[in-house]
Design a protein around this ligand. Structure first.
Ligand SMILES: [Zn+2]
Length: 482
């Protein structure tokens, strides 16, 4: 017996199982696109496929629903390819090996791709069923969401007209997402005056900090290792002539760096004095953050060095520039308690003798505030003789004060499951931002069944939750009106 036949919603899992057999990691969504295209043809549905790999499928309203406003159902085609260590698995060729364990659907040794294959499966199940009551539907399947929402960014929305949109890229049942942040990456480059020097040097390491996601965890008072180490070195450089050899920290703009390293050349004859001062300053700095960063450690070792260094005055000046850039939470939402509205994170720092590069991730659910931070950073950078470039700009999805779709969703969920829905806004990007930016009048919500461990080989999907969210979706489509 096929796996889908063992579930309480075979009409949905049948498509999920078929999708899982087709490789579809990010950047490789052609085959899954072919599959959706064949589906649309087989069901005589109008569809469009574009160069980015997106697929849009239209279905007319069921009889009697022609006057109701159209609804977009949306999910993404690609999945994050992650495998357990040592597993021989080729994500561009191999089919996922699905397993049911009690209520959990998983894939052996790999990500499951319930994020966001279950959205596509539900949409196909809706499109395939001619007995359902629904308004005109537009199913939008986007490509390469997981690597920067590339599909949705490239999607031509001029022929996509709807009053409502239900995004199905949510990981928890009973939760309704109503807003997300927009963001942009800012890379600042400073030329550095350097010269050849040699002498005693110190290799310094600040480690053991918690780090974390620059959206989801920016409000948790986590110390940024790059800023922490730069602050200590700045204090030392205020009274001693140290020369930066190199400094590095962070791997991605959207992660709070847990570790940073630096190498500094010590002034001849004052090696011990610098080391004493460094010890004093770093002991004090560690004490200041120890309550919330208990694992923090600073260590150093002495070495001989010969090569390019940043001059002492340059070193002091640039350390102070790093410190003067805003970082962390800048504003909290006035509408939703506990939601970070605007933040930025210094994610990557690279300093060699001749150049300093600093990369920030800036986020805000209010586009104006995002632009404000961009301006603040570029003013500081320009003033300090550097230049900056912005990339990967994506819009936020602002909170809507009046939403018929939210009200309907809340009452349907309560009636079906006896519990209130939790309303949530997130400080991270969603494709909804791109849709709301182009169609500001559209009423959008994001929902989905419970899945755990997404983007890891431990990912699983709750089958009973999928069943509940499926009937929830059908009831929304049955009752949605103008
Ligand atoms: Zn997703």
């Amino acid at each position: 017996m096929a796996l889908w036949e063992q579930t309480p919603v075979p009409e949905v899992f049948r498509y999920f199982e078929e999708l899982a057999a087709i490789p579809h990691p990010s950047r490789h969504v052609e085959k899954v696109g072919d599959y959706c295209e064949a589906f649309a043809r087989e069901h005589n549905l109008t569809y469009r496929r574009d160069e980015a790999g997106n697929i849009v499928i239209w279905k007319a309203a069921s009889s009697g629903r022609e006057k109701d406003p159209a609804v977009i159902l949306q999910g993404h085609l690609d999945m994050v390819p992650a495998t357990e260590e040592g597993l021989d698995f080729d994500f561009t060729r191999d089919s996922l090996r699905l397993v049911i364990e009690g209520d959990h659907l998983t894939a052996e040794g790999t990500t499951l791709g319930a994020d966001d294959g279950i959205a596509i499966a539900m949409c196909l199940a809706v499109l395939a069923d001619d007995q359902l009551s629904h308004p005109a539907l537009i199913c939008v399947f986007t490509a390469d969401e997981e690597i920067g929402m590339l599909g949705a960014s490239a999607l031509d929305m001029s022929d996509i007209k709807a009053d409502y949109m239900i995004n199905l890229d949510q990981e928890e049942e009973g939760v309704i997402t109503i807003s997300c942040a927009g963001g942009v990456t800012c890379r600042s480059v400073f030329p550095v005056k350097s010269r050849e020097e040699s002498g005693k040097a110190l290799r310094i390491r600040a480690a053991g900090l918690k780090g974390g996601h620059s959206g989801a965890e920016i409000h948790l008072h986590r110390t940024n290792a790059c800023r922490f180490l730069a602050g200590i070195l700045k204090e030392v450089s205020d009274s001693m002539d140290i020369s930066m050899i190199s400094m590095t920290g962070g791997e991605a703009d959207n992660a709070i760096p847990p570790m940073a390293k630096a190498e500094i050349l010590l002034p001849a004859g004052k090696e011990t004095a610098v080391m004493d001062l460094l010890k004093e300053v770093s002991d004090k700095a560690v004490k200041e953050i120890q309550n919330y960063e208990p694992e923090v450690q600073i260590g150093w070792e002495l070495m001989d060095y010969s090569g390019p260094v940043s001059e002492p005055a340059e070193t002091a000046r640039l350390l102070s520039v790093i410190g003067s850039m805003p970082d962390g939470v800048q504003a909290m939402s006035q509408e939703i308690e506990g939601l970070v509205e605007t933040s930025l994170n210094l994610g990557i720092l690279r300093w060699t003798g001749g150049e300093l590069t600093v990369t920030h991730s800036i986020r805000s659910s209010v586009d104006l505030s995002k632009r404000d931070i961009m301006k603040q950073i570029s003013d500081i950078v320009t003033e300090a003789g550097g230049t900056n470039t912005f990339s990967g700009d994506y819009p936020g999805w602002p909170v809507r004060s009046e939403s018929q779709l939210q009200n309907l969703a809340r009452s349907v969920w309560k009636a079906q499951n006896g519990e209130k829905m939790r309303v949530e806004a997130i400080h991270a990007g969603l494709e909804c931002g791109l849709f709301s930016h182009q169609m500001p009048e559209m009423d959008i919500i994001s929902i989905g069944p419970t899945m755990v461990g997404i983007h890891t080989p431990k990912e699983y999907l709750s089958i009973s939750s999928t069943e509940r969210v499926w009937y929830f979706l059908l009831e929304l489509l049955r009752r949605i009106s103008g």
